[in-house]
Ligand binder design. Sequence first.
Ligand SMILES: [Zn+2]
Length: 506
Amino acid sequence: MDIKRIYSELLDVQLSVDALRERVDELGIYSNSIQEKNGSILFLVRSDNGKRLVVLKEGPVFDSFEGEELIKGGVKICPLNEANSKVLRTLFPYTAPSSHSEHPITIGLGDRLGLASVGHIRLVKDYPVFPILAQQSIRELNLTDRTYNDVLNSASWAVFQEGYTKGFGADGDHLKTPEEVDMALDKGYTMLTLDCSEHIDNDIPDDSPSDIRSKYNALSREIRERLEEKYLGKTFDITDDYSISFSLDDLMKVVLVYIDAIDFTIEIYNRHIKSLNRPIDFEMSIDETLTSTSPEAHYFVAKELIDGGVEITSLAPRFCGEFQKGIDYIGDIDQFTNEFTAHFAIAEHFDYKISVHSGSDKFSIFPIIGDVTQGRYHLKTAGTNWLEAMKVVAINEPDLYREIHEFALENLNEAKAYYQIGADTDNIPSLDTLSDEELPALFDNPDSRQVIHITYGLILQAKDEDGSYVFRDRLYGIWNRYEDDYADLLIEHIGKHLESLQIDKS
Ligand SMILES: [Zn+2]
């Protein structure tokens, strides 16, 4: 709909909320977004050029937004830009992210495209789940050509659109450097996930005992004496029937694998986070590494961090088995259950949340997570909102989907530089053999899922010789047109996650 035509119409609705409510469909208004504030009326509308904020009636609120005054002092059409996002968050604090430490179940949903939060909100509003709507790693920012401002602004506008007032978080995910941490904090992010993978020594578990001893002896005597006195010959009770102790061999190994990661985390926390005058949910992640975290290692890392002054909100160990993106858990379920139970007990002992990453589609272990934790955890689902967005394309624009699917297969090797997956393309049926109606079923094929899952950056960034996007603009056009269909797919897909985690509606 042409926005100017809409607002010549608005002249005769007498600018009252009741009158607007009667005409939301006709005027393209998102009905849950209608708000009155200090004498002005605000709401979001759909238009041919994307969503816009409309502010009616002169006053301080009207004046505070940038935009085109269609009718002087009466109707202003405002872009959803950075300046207006800031004003929105000041006027309506629920559109700004907040700390989640008081909420037992928190789920990182993320929104690679800036379009998924609407569906996420429509789902979680009925559940005792605090959503981290904005959650992006630097890798994802780079691969999607977005910024932290943009990611947060998309979440704020989705919250406003849906009239969702229960709060949400913003996670600077898998940050690796002090500069990245400062950037996320500067943009108002409320959660920080510090990725320590580059400070973990993955060679140690394969080293010979004599190598381990000589590497250990190369540490300063002061450090060795402090740690040996603290950990050797002691029993650390975790629960009534579970305790942890360390032999010298155990201790040497965990020290050598994790000591740099611990020092790095303490340094980042004390220098960049501790002095802030707002609460930050701080997560230490040691998940993206080859070495799976033993319960002893988890205990050691946590104890050192806490004794070093770090306030941990959550910690993400590397669990046994494989957590590949977008498909179910691969591994021994009994072993996972035992180790997860131990990791959870350690997290409870120190009073922080256990965090599970790459948690999309891990349906075979969700019931275990729900059961063992009795509803206290942080779960990051990552990127399946992208897969659902591509399913929208497969359903509604099969020709474009076919083009993209072939492109993804052709460029798979390049994408594998960023994401490790085990997809076997021989298991993906050739598109020539599939009718249009059969295309959506490709999203039930694990190998096909993974191929589309990891090629998102290449798909979104592909350009012609003349510099224009090959797919990106067409894709966003489709996603805007099928916004409600996309939301419905997310509600169904993420809804299955909540059900499998045994979360009851609130
Ligand atoms: Zn992770």
